[in-house]
Design a protein around this ligand. Structure first.
Ligand code: CA2
Length: 146
């Protein structure tokens, strides 16, 4: 069985589709998980889709991906802009990492313009809505085949 792509989501993304649709759209995180599952099947990839509001839990999942995951797609939520712990964990992961943001963080407040995770990510997708997850999976297919 091929190693899965870990798709990790950070704090407050469980509220997707329930609040602030003008920024984050109307799809729920469950809708995103389903769409990722369907695309992954088409691409012949296995995925593990998870969300946590806790930094340490995200760090633990990144550790689990070491040896067990083919790649990581991560939307770290607000931890993008604050978490050296998540950056350090990603630096200990051997496979490709793609960072996803639903909104265009560069068009928003200045504090969202810096990402610690971007120091590690092979690719960054921002401002493509929840379709960004699907774009990330397509890119992941290319990266894991190398
Ligand atoms: O655009 C993104 O995907 C973000 O990672 C989302 C984070 C934000 O802190 C980042 O700067 C950019 C926030 C996630 C909160 O998600 C919500 C969704 C619906 C309602 C409320 C929050």
């Amino acid at each position: 069985m091929a190693k899965p792509i870990f798709i990790l989501n950070g704090p407050n993304l469980n509220l997707l589709g329930l609040r602030q649709p003008e920024i984050y759209g109307r799809e729920t995180l469950e809708d995103v998980a389903e769409a990722c599952g369907a695309l992954a099947e088409d691409l012949g990839l296995a995925i593990r889709f998870q969300q946590s509001n806790h930094e340490g839990q995200l760090v633990d999942w990144i550790h689990e991906a070491r040896g067990a995951g083919a790649g990581i797609v991560i939307n770290p939520g607000a931890y993008t802009h604050t978490s050296i712990a998540i950056l350090d964990a990603l630096n200990a992961f051997e496979g490709p990492v793609i960072e996803v943001h639903i909104s265009n963080i560069h068009k928003r407040e200045a504090f969202r313009h810096h990402s610690y995770v971007s120091l590690r990510a092979e690719g960054v997708i921002a401002g493509c809505g929840t379709e960004g997850y699907l774009l990330a999976l397509r890119r992941m297919k290319t990266l894991v085949a190398r």
